[in-house]
Design a protein around this ligand. Structure first.
Ligand code: NAD
Length: 362
Protein backbone atom coordinates (compact mmCIF):
# COMPACT_ATOMS: atom_id res chain seq x y z
CA UNK A 1 0.00 0.00 0.00
CA UNK A 2 1.44 3.41 -0.94
CA UNK A 3 1.40 6.33 1.49
CA UNK A 4 -0.78 8.41 -0.87
CA UNK A 5 -3.51 5.78 -1.06
CA UNK A 6 -3.58 5.46 2.72
CA UNK A 7 -6.66 7.13 4.21
CA UNK A 8 -8.26 6.22 7.52
CA UNK A 9 -10.15 7.38 10.57
CA UNK A 10 -9.20 6.34 14.09
CA UNK A 11 -11.10 6.99 17.32
CA UNK A 12 -9.25 6.21 20.56
CA UNK A 13 -11.51 4.81 23.28
CA UNK A 14 -11.41 6.48 26.72
CA UNK A 15 -10.26 3.98 29.33
CA UNK A 16 -7.35 3.30 31.66
CA UNK A 17 -5.47 -0.02 31.58
CA UNK A 18 -3.27 -1.29 34.39
CA UNK A 19 -1.27 -4.34 33.39
CA UNK A 20 1.11 -6.66 35.23
CA UNK A 21 1.50 -9.60 37.57
CA UNK A 22 0.13 -8.52 40.96
CA UNK A 23 -1.76 -5.51 39.52
CA UNK A 24 -4.95 -6.72 41.27
CA UNK A 25 -3.43 -4.99 44.31
CA UNK A 26 -4.09 -1.68 42.48
CA UNK A 27 -7.84 -2.36 42.34
CA UNK A 28 -8.78 -0.45 45.53
CA UNK A 29 -6.80 2.58 44.33
CA UNK A 30 -8.40 2.33 40.91
CA UNK A 31 -11.91 2.19 42.38
CA UNK A 32 -11.08 5.14 44.65
CA UNK A 33 -9.60 7.12 41.71
CA UNK A 34 -12.91 6.71 39.90
CA UNK A 35 -14.66 8.11 42.98
CA UNK A 36 -16.63 4.90 43.58
CA UNK A 37 -17.71 4.13 47.14
CA UNK A 38 -20.20 1.22 46.80
CA UNK A 39 -19.44 -1.24 44.02
CA UNK A 40 -21.23 -4.44 43.11
CA UNK A 41 -18.74 -7.25 42.43
CA UNK A 42 -19.81 -9.58 39.60
CA UNK A 43 -18.43 -13.05 38.83
CA UNK A 44 -19.49 -16.50 37.56
CA UNK A 45 -20.92 -19.07 40.02
CA UNK A 46 -17.79 -21.23 39.80
CA UNK A 47 -15.55 -18.21 40.27
CA UNK A 48 -17.12 -17.06 43.53
CA UNK A 49 -13.91 -17.32 45.56
CA UNK A 50 -12.17 -14.84 43.25
CA UNK A 51 -15.19 -12.52 43.52
CA UNK A 52 -14.98 -12.71 47.31
CA UNK A 53 -11.22 -12.09 47.25
CA UNK A 54 -11.83 -8.94 45.24
CA UNK A 55 -14.61 -7.81 47.59
CA UNK A 56 -12.36 -8.39 50.61
CA UNK A 57 -9.60 -6.32 49.01
CA UNK A 58 -12.10 -3.51 48.41
CA UNK A 59 -13.31 -3.56 52.02
CA UNK A 60 -16.03 -0.94 52.62
CA UNK A 61 -16.13 0.02 48.97
CA UNK A 62 -17.66 -3.39 48.07
CA UNK A 63 -21.44 -3.44 48.58
CA UNK A 64 -21.96 -7.13 47.64
CA UNK A 65 -20.83 -10.01 45.44
CA UNK A 66 -23.25 -11.32 42.81
CA UNK A 67 -21.93 -14.70 41.56
CA UNK A 68 -24.53 -15.16 38.81
CA UNK A 69 -22.80 -14.28 35.55
CA UNK A 70 -23.74 -16.66 32.72
CA UNK A 71 -22.69 -17.05 29.09
CA UNK A 72 -24.46 -14.62 26.70
CA UNK A 73 -26.09 -12.63 29.58
CA UNK A 74 -29.67 -14.00 29.94
CA UNK A 75 -32.06 -11.05 30.47
CA UNK A 76 -33.37 -12.54 33.74
CA UNK A 77 -29.86 -12.36 35.18
CA UNK A 78 -29.44 -8.81 33.89
CA UNK A 79 -32.77 -7.79 35.51
CA UNK A 80 -31.70 -9.28 38.86
CA UNK A 81 -28.30 -7.59 38.72
CA UNK A 82 -29.84 -4.21 37.86
CA UNK A 83 -32.39 -4.54 40.67
CA UNK A 84 -29.66 -5.43 43.16
CA UNK A 85 -27.52 -2.48 42.02
CA UNK A 86 -30.50 -0.16 42.62
CA UNK A 87 -31.36 -1.72 45.99
CA UNK A 88 -27.76 -1.39 47.21
CA UNK A 89 -27.36 2.16 45.83
CA UNK A 90 -24.29 0.86 44.00
CA UNK A 91 -22.32 3.55 42.18
CA UNK A 92 -20.25 1.16 40.05
CA UNK A 93 -19.42 -2.47 39.30
CA UNK A 94 -16.28 -4.54 39.38
CA UNK A 95 -16.60 -7.46 36.96
CA UNK A 96 -14.04 -10.20 37.58
CA UNK A 97 -13.93 -13.16 35.21
CA UNK A 98 -14.37 -13.83 31.52
CA UNK A 99 -16.70 -12.32 28.95
CA UNK A 100 -19.75 -13.51 30.90
CA UNK A 101 -18.96 -11.51 34.08
CA UNK A 102 -17.90 -8.45 32.08
CA UNK A 103 -21.03 -8.81 29.94
CA UNK A 104 -23.18 -8.66 33.07
CA UNK A 105 -21.41 -5.45 34.14
CA UNK A 106 -22.14 -4.02 30.71
CA UNK A 107 -25.83 -4.98 31.02
CA UNK A 108 -26.05 -2.91 34.22
CA UNK A 109 -24.12 -0.02 32.65
CA UNK A 110 -26.42 -0.04 29.63
CA UNK A 111 -29.41 0.82 31.78
CA UNK A 112 -27.96 2.57 34.84
CA UNK A 113 -24.83 4.12 33.28
CA UNK A 114 -22.73 2.87 36.23
CA UNK A 115 -18.98 2.76 35.54
CA UNK A 116 -17.51 -0.75 35.19
CA UNK A 117 -14.04 -1.78 36.30
CA UNK A 118 -13.14 -4.99 34.49
CA UNK A 119 -10.72 -7.60 35.80
CA UNK A 120 -10.51 -10.11 32.94
CA UNK A 121 -9.43 -13.68 33.64
CA UNK A 122 -9.83 -15.12 30.11
CA UNK A 123 -8.66 -13.87 26.72
CA UNK A 124 -12.13 -13.12 25.27
CA UNK A 125 -11.49 -9.35 25.05
CA UNK A 126 -14.92 -8.00 26.04
CA UNK A 127 -13.28 -5.59 28.52
CA UNK A 128 -11.88 -3.51 25.64
CA UNK A 129 -15.11 -3.05 23.70
CA UNK A 130 -18.27 -0.92 23.84
CA UNK A 131 -20.22 -3.99 22.63
CA UNK A 132 -23.00 -5.41 24.81
CA UNK A 133 -25.06 -8.59 24.38
CA UNK A 134 -28.31 -9.81 25.98
CA UNK A 135 -30.13 -13.09 25.39
CA UNK A 136 -33.89 -13.45 25.63
CA UNK A 137 -35.90 -16.56 24.65
CA UNK A 138 -32.93 -18.04 22.81
CA UNK A 139 -32.20 -14.91 20.78
CA UNK A 140 -29.09 -12.86 21.43
CA UNK A 141 -29.18 -9.13 20.70
CA UNK A 142 -25.96 -7.13 20.57
CA UNK A 143 -25.19 -3.46 20.15
CA UNK A 144 -22.54 -0.81 20.63
CA UNK A 145 -22.92 1.85 23.29
CA UNK A 146 -20.16 4.00 24.75
CA UNK A 147 -21.77 3.69 28.23
CA UNK A 148 -20.81 0.01 28.46
CA UNK A 149 -17.12 0.49 27.72
CA UNK A 150 -15.33 -0.24 31.03
CA UNK A 151 -13.83 2.84 32.67
CA UNK A 152 -10.76 0.88 33.78
CA UNK A 153 -9.30 -2.54 33.13
CA UNK A 154 -6.92 -4.37 35.41
CA UNK A 155 -5.00 -7.16 33.70
CA UNK A 156 -3.30 -9.36 36.26
CA UNK A 157 -1.87 -12.44 34.50
CA UNK A 158 -1.59 -14.22 37.87
CA UNK A 159 -5.41 -14.47 37.89
CA UNK A 160 -5.31 -16.53 34.69
CA UNK A 161 -3.12 -19.41 35.90
CA UNK A 162 -6.23 -21.34 36.98
CA UNK A 163 -7.77 -21.10 33.50
CA UNK A 164 -7.71 -24.74 32.32
CA UNK A 165 -5.42 -25.57 29.41
CA UNK A 166 -8.25 -26.38 26.98
CA UNK A 167 -10.07 -23.10 27.70
CA UNK A 168 -6.81 -21.15 27.57
CA UNK A 169 -6.24 -22.37 24.01
CA UNK A 170 -9.77 -21.76 22.74
CA UNK A 171 -10.02 -18.39 24.52
CA UNK A 172 -6.67 -17.51 22.91
CA UNK A 173 -8.12 -18.38 19.49
CA UNK A 174 -11.14 -16.22 20.31
CA UNK A 175 -8.70 -13.31 20.74
CA UNK A 176 -6.85 -14.19 17.51
CA UNK A 177 -10.19 -14.10 15.67
CA UNK A 178 -10.70 -10.46 16.73
CA UNK A 179 -7.29 -9.58 15.29
CA UNK A 180 -7.87 -11.49 12.04
CA UNK A 181 -11.17 -9.75 11.34
CA UNK A 182 -9.70 -6.40 12.44
CA UNK A 183 -7.00 -6.74 9.77
CA UNK A 184 -9.55 -6.83 6.95
CA UNK A 185 -12.30 -4.72 8.56
CA UNK A 186 -13.58 -1.81 6.45
CA UNK A 187 -12.63 0.57 9.28
CA UNK A 188 -9.19 -0.84 10.06
CA UNK A 189 -6.30 1.63 10.36
CA UNK A 190 -2.49 1.47 10.58
CA UNK A 191 -2.36 1.48 14.40
CA UNK A 192 -5.00 -1.24 14.66
CA UNK A 193 -3.20 -3.33 12.03
CA UNK A 194 0.00 -3.16 14.08
CA UNK A 195 -1.89 -4.13 17.22
CA UNK A 196 -3.60 -7.03 15.44
CA UNK A 197 -0.35 -8.40 14.00
CA UNK A 198 1.44 -8.13 17.33
CA UNK A 199 -1.57 -9.68 19.11
CA UNK A 200 -1.50 -12.74 16.85
CA UNK A 201 2.27 -13.07 17.23
CA UNK A 202 2.11 -12.84 21.01
CA UNK A 203 -0.88 -15.19 21.43
CA UNK A 204 0.44 -17.91 19.13
CA UNK A 205 3.82 -17.69 20.90
CA UNK A 206 2.24 -17.90 24.36
CA UNK A 207 -0.21 -20.77 23.90
CA UNK A 208 2.23 -23.72 23.48
CA UNK A 209 4.11 -22.99 26.75
CA UNK A 210 0.78 -22.44 28.55
CA UNK A 211 -0.35 -25.91 27.45
CA UNK A 212 2.93 -27.32 28.79
CA UNK A 213 2.66 -25.45 32.09
CA UNK A 214 -0.38 -23.33 32.96
CA UNK A 215 1.50 -21.65 35.81
CA UNK A 216 4.18 -20.18 33.49
CA UNK A 217 3.68 -16.51 34.33
CA UNK A 218 5.80 -15.24 31.43
CA UNK A 219 3.60 -17.11 28.96
CA UNK A 220 0.43 -16.05 30.83
CA UNK A 221 1.59 -12.41 30.68
CA UNK A 222 2.28 -12.69 26.95
CA UNK A 223 -1.17 -14.20 26.36
CA UNK A 224 -2.95 -11.50 28.34
CA UNK A 225 -0.94 -8.80 26.60
CA UNK A 226 -2.14 -10.36 23.33
CA UNK A 227 -5.73 -10.47 24.62
CA UNK A 228 -5.53 -6.74 25.38
CA UNK A 229 -4.27 -5.95 21.86
CA UNK A 230 -6.81 -8.19 20.14
CA UNK A 231 -9.69 -6.95 22.31
CA UNK A 232 -8.76 -3.34 21.51
CA UNK A 233 -8.89 -4.20 17.81
CA UNK A 234 -12.35 -5.74 18.23
CA UNK A 235 -13.54 -2.66 20.12
CA UNK A 236 -12.53 -0.33 17.28
CA UNK A 237 -13.53 -2.25 14.15
CA UNK A 238 -16.58 -3.65 12.41
CA UNK A 239 -17.03 -7.40 12.54
CA UNK A 240 -17.38 -9.55 9.43
CA UNK A 241 -18.27 -13.12 8.44
CA UNK A 242 -16.39 -14.89 11.24
CA UNK A 243 -18.09 -13.05 14.10
CA UNK A 244 -21.49 -13.21 12.34
CA UNK A 245 -21.20 -16.99 11.97
CA UNK A 246 -20.05 -17.54 15.56
CA UNK A 247 -22.85 -15.29 16.78
CA UNK A 248 -25.40 -17.39 14.86
CA UNK A 249 -23.88 -20.69 16.05
CA UNK A 250 -23.74 -19.53 19.68
CA UNK A 251 -27.08 -17.70 19.75
CA UNK A 252 -29.14 -20.22 17.76
CA UNK A 253 -27.56 -23.54 18.75
CA UNK A 254 -25.99 -22.57 22.07
CA UNK A 255 -22.58 -23.85 20.99
CA UNK A 256 -19.75 -22.96 23.41
CA UNK A 257 -18.30 -19.51 22.61
CA UNK A 258 -14.50 -19.87 22.57
CA UNK A 259 -14.51 -23.39 21.09
CA UNK A 260 -16.80 -22.27 18.25
CA UNK A 261 -14.45 -19.38 17.42
CA UNK A 262 -11.52 -21.81 17.36
CA UNK A 263 -13.19 -24.21 14.92
CA UNK A 264 -14.62 -21.56 12.58
CA UNK A 265 -11.68 -19.13 12.32
CA UNK A 266 -9.37 -21.06 9.91
CA UNK A 267 -12.31 -21.70 7.57
CA UNK A 268 -13.37 -18.05 7.43
CA UNK A 269 -9.78 -16.94 6.94
CA UNK A 270 -9.41 -19.39 4.04
CA UNK A 271 -12.71 -18.09 2.60
CA UNK A 272 -11.50 -14.47 2.75
CA UNK A 273 -7.76 -14.89 2.12
CA UNK A 274 -7.66 -14.28 -1.65
CA UNK A 275 -9.58 -11.02 -1.20
CA UNK A 276 -7.53 -9.80 1.79
CA UNK A 277 -3.85 -9.97 0.75
CA UNK A 278 -2.66 -7.31 3.25
CA UNK A 279 -4.26 -9.22 6.12
CA UNK A 280 -2.72 -12.49 4.94
CA UNK A 281 0.73 -10.85 4.71
CA UNK A 282 0.40 -9.45 8.25
CA UNK A 283 -0.70 -12.85 9.58
CA UNK A 284 2.16 -14.64 7.81
CA UNK A 285 4.60 -12.21 9.49
CA UNK A 286 2.88 -12.72 12.85
CA UNK A 287 3.04 -16.51 12.50
CA UNK A 288 6.62 -16.42 11.19
CA UNK A 289 5.72 -18.43 8.12
CA UNK A 290 5.51 -18.22 4.37
CA UNK A 291 2.79 -20.91 4.42
CA UNK A 292 -0.97 -20.30 4.33
CA UNK A 293 -1.97 -18.64 7.66
CA UNK A 294 -5.41 -20.34 7.65
CA UNK A 295 -3.79 -23.76 7.47
CA UNK A 296 -1.18 -22.70 10.06
CA UNK A 297 -3.90 -21.71 12.55
CA UNK A 298 -5.82 -24.94 11.90
CA UNK A 299 -2.63 -26.98 12.46
CA UNK A 300 -1.81 -25.03 15.64
CA UNK A 301 -5.30 -25.62 17.07
CA UNK A 302 -4.91 -29.35 16.38
CA UNK A 303 -1.42 -29.48 17.87
CA UNK A 304 -2.67 -27.80 21.05
CA UNK A 305 -5.53 -30.28 21.40
CA UNK A 306 -8.35 -27.84 20.58
CA UNK A 307 -11.58 -28.99 18.92
CA UNK A 308 -11.47 -28.83 15.11
CA UNK A 309 -15.04 -29.70 14.15
CA UNK A 310 -18.48 -28.27 14.88
CA UNK A 311 -19.67 -31.88 15.08
CA UNK A 312 -17.63 -32.50 18.24
CA UNK A 313 -19.11 -29.30 19.75
CA UNK A 314 -22.54 -30.94 19.44
CA UNK A 315 -23.84 -29.35 16.24
CA UNK A 316 -26.29 -31.41 14.18
CA UNK A 317 -25.41 -31.45 10.46
CA UNK A 318 -29.07 -30.66 9.66
CA UNK A 319 -28.60 -27.24 11.28
CA UNK A 320 -26.14 -26.11 8.57
CA UNK A 321 -28.86 -24.61 6.30
CA UNK A 322 -30.39 -22.38 8.98
CA UNK A 323 -26.99 -21.11 10.12
CA UNK A 324 -26.12 -20.37 6.48
CA UNK A 325 -29.46 -18.52 6.17
CA UNK A 326 -28.66 -16.47 9.27
CA UNK A 327 -25.19 -15.59 7.92
CA UNK A 328 -26.62 -14.17 4.68
CA UNK A 329 -29.82 -12.67 6.15
CA UNK A 330 -28.57 -9.08 6.29
CA UNK A 331 -25.64 -7.53 4.42
CA UNK A 332 -22.35 -6.57 6.10
CA UNK A 333 -18.81 -5.81 5.04
CA UNK A 334 -16.64 -8.84 4.23
CA UNK A 335 -13.65 -9.12 1.88
CA UNK A 336 -15.31 -11.87 -0.19
CA UNK A 337 -18.98 -11.69 -1.13
CA UNK A 338 -20.97 -13.70 1.43
CA UNK A 339 -22.97 -16.21 -0.62
CA UNK A 340 -25.24 -18.91 0.70
CA UNK A 341 -23.40 -21.58 -1.31
CA UNK A 342 -20.02 -20.37 -0.13
CA UNK A 343 -21.08 -20.25 3.52
CA UNK A 344 -22.69 -23.68 3.25
CA UNK A 345 -19.45 -25.18 1.89
CA UNK A 346 -17.51 -23.45 4.68
CA UNK A 347 -19.87 -24.77 7.35
CA UNK A 348 -19.76 -28.31 5.94
CA UNK A 349 -15.95 -28.33 6.13
CA UNK A 350 -15.99 -26.84 9.66
CA UNK A 351 -18.66 -29.29 10.78
CA UNK A 352 -16.71 -32.29 9.50
CA UNK A 353 -13.34 -31.10 10.84
CA UNK A 354 -11.70 -30.89 7.41
CA UNK A 355 -8.71 -28.60 6.86
CA UNK A 356 -9.74 -25.12 5.60
CA UNK A 357 -10.36 -24.89 1.82
CA UNK A 358 -9.05 -21.70 0.17
CA UNK A 359 -11.40 -20.23 -2.44
CA UNK A 360 -10.41 -18.01 -5.40
CA UNK A 361 -11.10 -14.27 -5.26
CA UNK A 362 -14.64 -13.66 -6.58
P1 NAD B 1 -16.85 -17.11 30.37
O1 NAD B 1 -16.72 -15.75 30.92
O2 NAD B 1 -18.21 -17.72 30.35
O3 NAD B 1 -15.85 -18.06 31.12
C1 NAD B 1 -15.82 -19.45 30.79
C2 NAD B 1 -15.69 -20.27 32.07
O4 NAD B 1 -14.38 -20.13 32.58
C3 NAD B 1 -16.63 -19.85 33.18
O5 NAD B 1 -17.13 -20.99 33.80
C4 NAD B 1 -15.73 -19.06 34.13
O6 NAD B 1 -16.15 -19.11 35.45
C5 NAD B 1 -14.41 -19.78 33.96
N1 NAD B 1 -13.23 -18.96 34.19
C6 NAD B 1 -13.00 -17.71 33.78
N2 NAD B 1 -11.78 -17.31 34.13
C7 NAD B 1 -11.22 -18.34 34.81
C8 NAD B 1 -9.96 -18.54 35.44
N3 NAD B 1 -9.00 -17.60 35.39
N4 NAD B 1 -9.73 -19.71 36.05
C9 NAD B 1 -10.67 -20.70 36.06
N5 NAD B 1 -11.87 -20.56 35.48
C10 NAD B 1 -12.15 -19.40 34.87
O7 NAD B 1 -16.31 -17.21 28.84
P2 NAD B 1 -15.48 -16.23 27.90
O8 NAD B 1 -15.08 -17.06 26.76
O9 NAD B 1 -14.46 -15.45 28.64
O10 NAD B 1 -16.57 -15.17 27.44
C11 NAD B 1 -17.61 -15.56 26.58
C12 NAD B 1 -18.76 -14.58 26.67
O11 NAD B 1 -18.27 -13.26 26.47
C13 NAD B 1 -19.79 -14.82 25.58
O12 NAD B 1 -21.06 -14.56 26.10
C14 NAD B 1 -19.42 -13.82 24.51
O13 NAD B 1 -20.49 -13.48 23.68
C15 NAD B 1 -18.93 -12.68 25.36
N6 NAD B 1 -17.95 -11.80 24.66
C16 NAD B 1 -18.31 -10.52 24.48
C17 NAD B 1 -17.44 -9.64 23.85
C18 NAD B 1 -17.83 -8.21 23.68
O14 NAD B 1 -17.05 -7.42 23.18
N7 NAD B 1 -19.01 -7.84 24.11
C19 NAD B 1 -16.17 -10.08 23.41
C20 NAD B 1 -15.84 -11.42 23.63
C21 NAD B 1 -16.74 -12.28 24.28
Amino acid sequence: MGAVSRAFQYQALPMRVRFGVGSIADLPAEVADLGLTRVLVLCSPNHQSTGQLVADALGDRAAAVLPEARMHVPVEVAHRARALATELHADGCVAVGGGSAIGLGKAIALEHALPVVAVPTTYAGSEMTPIWGLTEAGTKRTGRDSRVLPASVIYDPALTVTLPSALSVTSGFNAIAHAVEGLYAPDTSPLLALMAEEGVRAMTTALPPIVDDGTDLDARSEAQYAAWLCGAVLGATTMSLHHKLCHALGGTLDLPHAQTHTVVLPHVLAYNAAAAPDAVAALARALGTTADPARQLWDLAGKLGAPQSLRELGMDQNDIPRIADAAVASPYANPQPVTRDGVTRLLRAAWAGEPPHPIPNQ
